[in-house]
Design a protein around this ligand. Sequence first.
Ligand code: OGA
Ligand code: MN
Length: 293
Amino acid sequence: MQKTSKDTRIILDPLGYALGAEIRGLDISLPPNQKEVDAINAIWQQHHVIVFRGKRLQASEIVNFAQEFGQLDDHSSTPFYRHKDFPQLLQITNRSIDGRPSETRNTGRNWHSDYSYTGRPAAASMLYCDQRPPIGGDTMFANMVRAYETLSTTMQGIVDNLHAVYDISLTAGLNERDPDKTKEVRLLNPPIAHPAVRVHPRSGKRALYVSERVSHFHGMTRSESRPLIDFLCSHATQPENIYRHVWQEGDLVCWDNRTVMHIALADFDEGKPRHMLRATVLGEQSGFIVGEH
Ligand code: OGA
Ligand code: MN
């Protein structure tokens, strides 16, 4: 199925039933004009994950494109993994750095929404694939609006009244990183409680905001919280609610962290390089520090 949006050359191909759409007909190495930004935002809001493919981009071009969609994070909450010339780009890579394994090689290995452990959780992320392994290294996305809407009204009422405590220690792969850096990153990001339902500022849609990085619900014990976290995560990640992206080099995949959670799969040969660059659009201020580790 194809639709052409009015007044632009943009062509839209849905990629999944629950979420995901490819946008074609736009050269993203050039900054988009306002009409194009509006058309992209409309598609993005409806499909939650949008994909641009087939154009090799320079780091500067990724930044120039991404900044049209909001203020970019300088990634100061994880300062060690930034691109050396562009702090707006985080390097997610398994290429060795100075002969040592990269510390971001296992980024994203559990279900999460980006920077949920900060006071300004990411609004959106735009991940560019520079180099991919021959097989695998896919990323999966879950539609959290649909996850919320398919809960019973009673369960919706329960989650509406909860705050989820996000703990950076639950970030997959953190323990494999340099202990001094990890300590600093943990001190920069103490556990923080966010509403368990996130309201999208543009669409007004309600999305479940609970992931595998939640330690407990504020005011509840960990053992009381566990079954509910597990239920909500497995409810949200049912196969019907997923789009699985198989990367090609040159893909730019953009997701809305307010309505989507994602996971990076380790389904590839670690000896083969996988090199990605991520721009992150800042979200609204949210949550309160709970101050316990
Ligand atoms: C991320 C992330 C996914 C991937 O960049 O936020 O989770 O597949 N990465 O590398
Ligand atoms: Mn991520």
